[in-house]
Design a protein around this ligand. Structure first.
Ligand code: TYM
Length: 343
């Protein structure tokens, strides 16, 4: 009967990307989604849209709903294959929040307070207006990962500390209550772990950037995207050479070129040897324009059929819940809750 290996025979990978902008950007795509897609060959994969995380900052409900659909469409357009991956929305799988509460009982206040993303984000809003949810956000993220017994978590560099916290919580729970959780590894591809803002090559490309002139969104108008690349801040000098210390701007563009074309950086340097930055930026601008053109068209097609998106997400959530419910039952049992508390 079973010509395919049972899913449980394969190690598991899990990741998520927040629906907090009208589009994901090139940093999300190269830092995360490209890896998500590649891992589908060898891993049993769980990819989700963390809408519960998205409500930890001020937001608009109607906009969140729309952005969640956009996120689903863009993940599918990136190559997440619903035949091979459970693609779902976090709020459809209540076990995430249930496990987060249990983990909250073993997470230290101090270790949560040391999370650099919390410090950055709460500094932005002013620590008085930062929500409690923003503070416990990494605990929910740990639950997202541990509820699936994930082996690998493909993310960009900015999520490394959260995965490290997840590992600590898993080990602590296992130690206190008996082997329960797989201790996950981050999967961070060095070259694309941090794509930088085109206008500020010292900062990561971010959907929450004040100005989007340095952020290429995956559904940007192709002409606009090409212009953003052509206007990228580049360094003094003129040689197209990879040198992140002396030439952060050009090096970021070389990384984007290499990630987009799957060519080694040395190859691209050779192609533009003796040419000005301008030539290189025009050429890369055209490549990026083609990419967002195709990506945007595919995203709009998918968004045209929300019924189909709903079906894909429902099937993904059903598969996710099979695994999540099992883990939660074990966790509740180990935690000393009287049977019958769930289901
Ligand atoms: P988020 O939504 O900010 O980003 C989604 C993914 O994109 C990566 N990324 C980048 N990679 C390279 N260069 C950049 N400039 C760049 N910007 C973003 C992020 O590292 C991430 O992999 N907390 C997570 C969402 C989350 C999650 C999870 C991830 C919730 N639960 C469980 C993994 C597992 C976040 O805010 O990522």
């Amino acid at each position: 009967m079973h010509s395919m290996p049972e899913p449980a025979d394969r190690p598991r990978a899990l990741s998520g990307a927040q629906p907090t902008a009208d589009s994901y950007h090139l940093g999300n795509y190269f830092g995360a989604f490209k890896q998500w897609v590649a891992l589908q060959d060898e891993f049993e994969t769980f990819y989700f849209i963390p809408d519960l995380h998205a409500i930890t900052v001020e937001y608009d409900p109607a906009q969140l709903r729309e952005r969640t659909y956009i996120a689903a469409a863009q993940l599918l357009a990136s190559g997440v294959d619903p035949e091979r991956s459970a693609l779902f929305v976090q709020s459809h799988v209540p076990e995430h929040a249930q496990l987060a509460w249990v983990l909250g009982g073993i997470a230290g206040f101090g270790e949560a307070a040391r999370m650099t993303q919390f410090k950055d984000k709460s500094a932005k809003s002013g620590s008085d207006s930062a929500s409690v949810g923003l503070f416990t956000y990494p605990i929910l993220m740990a639950a997202d990962i541990l509820i699936y017994q994930a082996d690998k978590v493909p993310v960009g560099e900015d999520q490394r500390q959260h995965v490290e916290l997840t590992r600590n919580l898993a080990q602590r729970f296992n130690h206190r209550f008996g082997e329960t959780f797989t201790v996950p590894e981050p999967h961070i591809v060095k070259e694309t772990a941090k794509i930088y803002d085109l206008q500020d090559p010292g900062a990561k490309m971010s959907g929450s950037a004040v100005s989007h002139s340095g952020v290429v969104n995956l559904t940007d108008d192709p002409k606009k995207a090409a212009k953003k690349i052509r206007s990228a801040v580049t360094d003094s000098g003129s040689e197209v050479r990879f040198d992140p210390v002396e030439k952060p701007g050009i090096s970021n563009l070389l990384l984007i070129h290499s990630a987009l074309t799957d060519r080694p950086i040395a190859d691209i340097e050779a192609e533009f040897a003796g040419q000005q930055y301008g030539h290189f930026k025009v050429a890369l601008g055209e490549l990026v324009a083609d990419f967002v053109d195709t990506f945007g068209t595919r995203t709009r097609e998918l968004l045209d059929d929300k019924g189909e998106l709903d079906r894909v997400l429902a099937a993904g959530a059903a598969r996710a819940r099979e695994v999540a419910a099992q883990t939660l039952a074990t966790v509740y049992d180990r935690s000393g809750f009287v049977p019958g508390a769930i289901r």
